[in-house]
Design a protein around this ligand. Sequence first.
Ligand SMILES: Cc1cc2nc3c(=O)[nH]c(=O)nc-3n(C[C@H](O)[C@H](O)[C@H](O)COP(=O)(O)OP(=O)(O)OC[C@H]3O[C@@H](n4cnc5c(N)ncnc54)[C@H](O)[C@@H]3O)c2cc1C
Length: 481
Amino acid sequence: MIGGGLAGLSSAVALAEAGFRVRLLEQRPFLGGRASSYTLPSGEHIDNCQHVTLGCCTNLSDFYRRAGAEGLIKFYDELTFVDREGRRSIMKASALPAPIHLAPSLALYSSVAWNGRQRIGRAMLAIARRGGCNSGGDADGASMLEWLRLHGQTEEAIERFWSVVLVSALDENLARTDARYGLDVFWKAFLSNRAGYLIGIPTVPLGTLYGGCRAAVESRGGEVVLRAPVRALRLRDNCVAAIETADGREESADLYVAAVPHDALLDLLPPSLIEREPSFSNLRRLRVSPITGVHFWFDREIMSEPFLTLVDRTTQWIFNKSKLGAGHFLSAASSTASSGPSSGDGGQYLQLVISASYDLLIRSRQEIVDLCLRELREVLPETRAANLLKATVIKEPAATFSPEPGADRWRPAQRTKVPNLFLAGDWTATGWPATMEGAVRSGYMAAEEILAAAGVSRRLVKPDLPVEALARRFAAESKAC
Ligand SMILES: Cc1cc2nc3c(=O)[nH]c(=O)nc-3n(C[C@H](O)[C@H](O)[C@H](O)COP(=O)(O)OP(=O)(O)OC[C@H]3O[C@@H](n4cnc5c(N)ncnc54)[C@H](O)[C@@H]3O)c2cc1C
């Protein structure tokens, strides 16, 4: 197994549990890949960026359970949106059944005029009627923006509702998002099941979630090796014969799973294989999109909510890390040396997230800090009197693959033309966008393929949340599928 992100870890744990002896090689000194945390020189343990899950992410939940981490995710049933005028709207399920459980919240969504809200309601019903249909109808080949315009959405509704939800869910602007992905987000998270939209946030730094994975692999005779970069895959007779490590050693195994980002895979494969096999050469066509995370430490409390979603701002989410529990972990040795306050001494640690942050890539860190601070002062007036003790900006230019129209064509299956080489990663063909759920699904799908190659038919991928009765009736009316 090459790569210790969620795809590699989920595959490794599932295979170890199925009786395989797994050796996992991860180039970095910690596990978790893009969903990881690390220690600052001051001793604080921080996430590279806040990660959230949703109730509809059934495989990620299963993975956390296998890793013994399911109790470390706290779910929230209420989302608060704040717009430029300072109006707050709450998204929370009513007592109504899916797919109309969120309709009362939408009716009160004050950032969009009444006419726009009615149109949002009609578009939501159109999505409910499509059900989980993945193709066909007016979504084929269209961008999400085109689909919304086709369905009569006002510019205000697009900017102040659809974009707010989808840009952070899919890490792409609506004009560059395949409508299928956008419709799927609404169907799975907001329409098919009342629990789909629940927001799950780790109560510990991300890295803490993966401790059980090492134990799961090693207790079954396997090994997890950190600081172990792989430099190349060596092929003989169209099979992987060995991997070459960065220090020039060769290691061989019966089966290989490459669970690295798609551009890293291209660096590992022999160029001749890439050129003759379109499923590899097409990976060059997958584009990437950025996410920027901004960490702020203040000398006092400026926010009481656990998290807020901003409308009409560059900043999309503010996470109150001091309140969420996953913030500001100081080791005893470093606590006195740190310039930042701990949650307990009256200070506050906030993390701001900006998805599809193309405009920020060229801006300096100071400019980004100034911009976000200005927005915070407008949204949270207590910020004006607070002192900013420290700020960190983390730009991830290649945070996820871009879900642009047709991107699915370039996503390869987990089983490859090389009989003993399997792929895992959020970019492989899972049907899901680049998310932790997508990564775990890919890991399970790779493990299923390996089991199948060994003659064992076992379903590891968990089904989606059940479609509730009324939502099923809406979907049954669909003519699109
Ligand atoms: C800033 C940011 C915010 C995000 N927010 C969310 C969110 O809120 N919710 C959500 O669901 N998803 C979110 N995502 C997406 C999510 O993090 C990814 O989809 C998921 O973690 C991808 O997992 P992976 O295992 O496929 O890839 P990776 O996490 O990239 O793992 C690949 C691993 O392979 C290792 N590797 C690479 N090359 C080699 C080599 N040659 N030898 C050995 N090891 C190697 C890497 O070090 C890495 O550990 C976010 C991503 C980013 C960047």
